[in-house]
Design a protein around this ligand. Structure first.
Ligand code: SF4
Ligand code: SF3
Length: 541
């Protein structure tokens, strides 16, 4: 195996024997195979479009679902991944039969044999290292990981019946092109930039899907304590799943709590009516081993980040959608997208109530609509000098010790700064008592990592409010934490919106070659972070 797609890759070089994340070598190979067979499917889809064939949405959704499965900490289930490889081959073969001119295909039917052992043997020749040139590989993977993140966001939008085929076409054309091993650097660089542009479109689509379906997030106080009833903990990013879970648990005597990236579900008006939607339990994803034991009830993973569960509670872990873990029950949607959570609810009824690990409240819900409603107040605070600077600190959290940097950074920020955040990175500082400025909290949480779109919208609106020509003239600095591939698409999206001088940490991605880093430094002023004091001095010089 070779995998270097996330921030905790071994020695910041690559995982070769097993993943630091807990991914086994065979799972990593099966994921490479799934990415490759998806590229073959994309090649057929593109050629069919060229023959004016109307593509059924289910194939677009299959492409994004497949890429989503391979995201860090989403799916560790070898059988489930290989099943998906076989389904993809079948879909590709079915569509291939409809294609008149097969001469333009990059590869024909490389995997028509669906024997699993033979398929796994082929995995070695389709992995990341097939592209030998380090810079080509770097740009190719940068775009591929951006597409993985984008696919996750598309999948959430698709589940709510929102589609934008232009984004699917970009994804499919790019993946099909990446079947080729050698691709000129200039073309790859253009593809990386385009990935960012489509990333913005995908996040805008998901924002529209979420807000039109569930209402605009509002300022909300979220309880972090517990009730005395048994509960179900729901983790990940899929709002449709939490909607169905809340509906099905209502009146059952079982309460519902959010975990990690599901916290922002509390900010949506549509979910506020549920009395049994108690609050948020625990912290960032990487603390789940300690916290799930204390939760006592079942946990439903709708997406990443799963930490391989301890035997003490593995029987309480359920997965759905792109998430999977061997030995955990996977809940599948029916043909109408409905998921039956009865088994989890019945399981919860036999469990004890959660142990209280914290008490108090968190405040969030500062997505674009809510912040823009406060625009005059914010603009006045900036004009009066009460707010000197905004610091965008969104992105991912991770278990690396050095990430205490972000807590220290938040604590040491001058008191006239406001943190804008989204994603699980917030758990490094959202429980600190940082106070407020003229009634505006010093940590404004827009929501999940995909809601980084909101942060960009807020920046663009402030640019207009201050009559500036360039988004980089705003009093905003960017100190972003990354871990997995959704943060990659967030970063590429910000670059495509013209944001410069982003500090990226806690380490620069291992998949960026020295030359690619140099390009990003030169064109966008990207910089790695250093010590808290040095970075504060740089930002506030
Ligand atoms: Fe290693 Fe990250 Fe890949 Fe897991 S996802 S195998 S930790 S690089
Ligand atoms: Fe977190 Fe996994 Fe990336 Fe959605 S839950 S931000 S790391």
């Amino acid at each position: 195996m070779f995998c270097y797609q996330c921030q905790e890759t071994l020695n910041n070089k690559g995982c070769t024997k097993a993943g630091v994340c807990g991914k086994k070598a065979d799972v990593a190979s099966a994921q490479d195979l799934l990415v490759y067979t998806t590229k073959l499917l994309c090649d057929v889809l593109n050629n069919l479009r060229g023959e004016n064939y109307t593509i059924d949405k289910k194939y677009n959704h299959m492409v994004t679902y497949n890429m989503f499965i391979t995201i860090t900490n989403a799916n560790f289930d070898l059988d489930m991944i290989l099943d998906q490889v076989v389904k993809t081959i079948e879909a590709k073969d079915e569509l291939l039969a409809k294609l008149n001119d097969k001469s333009k295909l990059r590869k024909l039917s490389l995997y028509s044999d669906k024997d699993r052992a033979k398929l796994m043997a082929l995995a070695e020749i389709v992995g990341v290292l097939v592209t030998k040139d380090e810079d080509q590989r770097s740009l190719k993977e940068l775009a591929t990981y951006g597409i993985k993140g984008m696919s996750a966001y598309m999948k959430h939008a698709n589940t709510l019946n929102y589609d934008d085929e232009s984004i699917d076409i970009f994804i499919q054309e790019t993946l099909a092109r990446f079947i080729d091993v050698e691709i000129p650097i200039d073309e790859l660089y253009e593809t990386v930039l385009k990935t960012g542009e489509y990333g913005v479109k995908a996040m805008a689509l998901l924002d529209k899907a979420n807000t039109e379906t569930y209402g605009n997030p509002e300022i909300t106080k979220v309880n972090i304590g517990v009730s005395d009833k048994p509960g179900i903990l729901i983790s990940g990013h899929d709002l449709k799943d939490i909607e169905m879970l809340l509906e099905q648990t209502e009146g059952s005597g079982v309460d519902v709590y959010t975990h990690s990236e599901m916290l922002p579900a509390h900010y949506y008006p549509k979910f506020k009516k549920y009395k049994h939607f108690i609050g948020n339990y625990g912290n960032s994803w990487w603390m789940q081993k300690e916290e799930f034991e204390k939760f006592n009830g079942p946990v439903l993973f709708t997406t990443n980040c799963i930490v391989p569960p301890k035997t003490d509670y593995i029987d309480r872990i359920y997965t759905t959608g792109a998430a999977g873990f061997p030995g955990c029950k996977h809940i599948v949607a029916d043909e109408n997208g409905h998921k039956d959570f009865t088994e989890i609810i019945e399981h919860a009824k036999k469990c004890k109530a959660p142990v209280q690990i914290e008490e108090g409240e968190l405040v969030g819900g500062f997505a674009h609509n809510q912040v823009l409603a406060l625009k005059d107040k914010v603009v006045d605070a900036v004009k009066s000098g009460a707010i000197k600077r905004f610091v965008v600190m969104g992105g991912c959290d991770g278990r690396q010790k050095g990430r205490s940097y972000y807590t220290e950074f938040a604590e040491k920020l001058p008191k006239d700064t406001v943190i804008l955040t989204a994603g699980c990175a917030k758990y490094r500082y959202n429980k600190l008592n940082l106070g407020d400025i003229a009634g505006i909290p010093r940590v404004l949480d827009a929501g999940q990592c995909n809601d980084s779109y909101s942060l960009a919208m807020i920046a663009l609106a402030l640019k207009d409010a201050f009559g500036l020509d360039d988004i980089n003239d705003l009093p905003i600095v960017y100190n972003i934490a990354w871990y997995e591939q959704k943060a990659v698409i967030v970063l590429l999206a910000l670059l495509s919106l013209g944001v410069k001088n982003i500090h990226l940490g806690p380490t620069l991605p291992a998949f960026l070659s020295d030359n690619v880093v140099n390009i990003l430094v030169e064109k966008f002023g990207i910089a790695p972070n250093s010590s808290v004091d040095e970075d504060l001095a740089k930002f506030f010089a």
